[in-house]
Design a binder for this molecule. Structure first.
Ligand code: MN
Length: 257
């Protein structure tokens, strides 16, 4: 049996299932908020063209407007100045949109400390139990933050001291970008960096190091709790926007039961 025939039969008998890692996209979808001196990403908006009415008697359709970085989305290397001149979202090779995932669960730590920062030693300890991070695949960082994805206020978790959301240390971001074999980092928060990362050196180190290394980001993922630590295969298909720095994306995971 070919690998694809085996996959089709596994999908049919339920021994491989599909987990949707994507947040619903609507005007209510939370978006990141930068400090007020910077430009801001747009909320998602639908504009009705016709709905089986005088404007189009037999059809319903819409235009939409959105930020590239609104909702569950893909960050391309040219999103950051360190990746300037690198791949736009349309240039990401299709082969890199399907790959294995390692799921690192730090939701217990984040429940105690929303400013929790992943360190290289945390990843090393995980690797000692589960094996090396997957070459050509994704590091999916589970924090439990997807439980907040219905609410702008809860997902940003901002007070007078700024946004309190989990992320990685500068050193860890540099290691994942430059030493680890993964091609991307996926998170449950609105961006790959911690809420406090505007004050790190460099500012927003996940973006700076990952995109500088030609690697990718996936944000606002959901349902990572339904994935095993290793063995899932992620399919992430951003829109092929010429010159785009990212795109809303439908992210699916294939999981062996
Ligand atoms: Mn982004």
């Amino acid at each position: 049996m070919s690998a694809l025939s085996a996959l089709v039969s596994a999908l049919s008998d339920g021994s491989v299932t599909i987990v949707d890692l994507t947040a619903p996209l609507s005007a209510d979808t939370p978006t990141l908020a930068l400090p007020p001196q910077f430009g801001q990403t747009a909320k998602f908006e639908l504009e009705e063209i016709s709905a089986y009415d005088d404007r189009g008697p037999a059809w319903y359709w819409n235009n939409f407007r959105t930020g590239e970085h609104t909702g569950t989305h893909f960050d391309a290397p040219n999103h950051w100045v360190t990746g300037k001149g690198g791949e736009d979202v349309a240039s990401v090779p299709a082969q890199r949109l399907v790959g294995p995932a390692a799921v690192l669960d730090f939701s217990a730590q984040v429940a105690r400390d929303p400013d929790f920062l992943l360190e290289v030693d945390h990843i090393r300890a995980w690797e000692s139990g589960h094996g090396a991070l997957p070459a050509g695949g994704w590091l999916l960082y589970r924090t439990g933050w997807d439980a907040r994805s219905h609410s702008q206020q809860e997902i940003l978790n901002t007070d007078e001291g700024g946004s309190h959301t989990p992320g990685m240390t500068v050193e860890c971001a540099k290691w994942v970008a430059q030493e680890s074999p993964v091609i991307g980092l996926g998170v449950e928060t609105v961006g790959t960096d911690a809420g406090a990362a505007v004050g790190f050196d460099p500012m927003f180190p996940c973006h700076a190091f990952m995109h500088g290394a030609g690697k990718y980001g996936l944000t606002q993922l959901q349902n990572l709790a339904q994935l095993p630590p290793t063995g899932a295969v992620v399919v992430a298909g951003p829109l092929k926007i010429i010159g785009g720095s990212g795109s809303p994306v439908r992210v699916l995971a294939l999981v062996q039961r």
